[in-house]
Design a protein. Structure first.
Length: 180
């Protein structure tokens, strides 16, 4: 992590016991973050207590992430797919992460009105799924997520562990759960 652009954010959330490395000595900032890992991050960040869930047929009670997924689902932070799965090992996309973080803002009582004009600068704005459009604009308006470049949002790109931590920190700051 030394010298990485997300070093300070990772260290801040690690000191609060919200984020962990892939090992005791390696954070792997550029590795994709899975849907289960991101659900666990959100649950820890918001102090949600583990919950049992039978909502998703691919989440077993014995899975390390089961309690976090159950808590995030009960809080309506996450949703699964139409086939009844959560797909915990799938990498979370940038638009999925924006949706989860926009829901976290709502849970924390911080309603953000999205400004659709913020999407105009992205040449790939049509790639943002209809179900995620409002959440993406809310996350952009709140300053939680940015484009991959000045003109590209990359809605379907896999989010990295570094991106996840930085966006989660911005969410907590926006909710006034931590100082800037």
């Amino acid at each position: 992590m030394t010298g990485h652009w997300a070093e300070a954010d990772v260290e801040t959330l690690a000191s609060k016991l919200i984020v962990h490395g892939v090992t005791d000595t390696n954070f792997a900032p550029e590795q994709p973050v899975t849907r289960a890992e991101f659900a666990a991050l959100i649950a820890r960040a918001l102090g949600l207590l583990p919950q049992r869930t039978d909502r998703f047929r691919d989440v077993q009670e014995s899975d390390w992430f089961s309690g976090a997924v159950g808590a995030a689902a009960k809080a309506n932070l996450i949703s699964g797919y139409e086939d009844g799965t959560f797909r915990p090992d799938a990498p979370v996309t940038r638009e999925q992460m924006a949706a989860m973080l926009a829901r976290a803002l709502q849970l924390g009582g911080h309603e953000v009105q999205g400004n659709a004009a913020l999407l105009e600068r992205f040449t790939d704005r049509a790639d943002i799924s209809a179900w995620a459009d409002e959440a993406v604009t809310a996350a952009l308006s709140a300053g939680i997520i940015q484009g991959m470049t000045d003109t590209s949002f990359a809605a379907h790109n896999q989010a990295t562990r570094a991106q996840a931590v930085t966006m989660l920190k911005r969410t907590l700051q926006s909710m006034k759960f931590m100082n800037p």
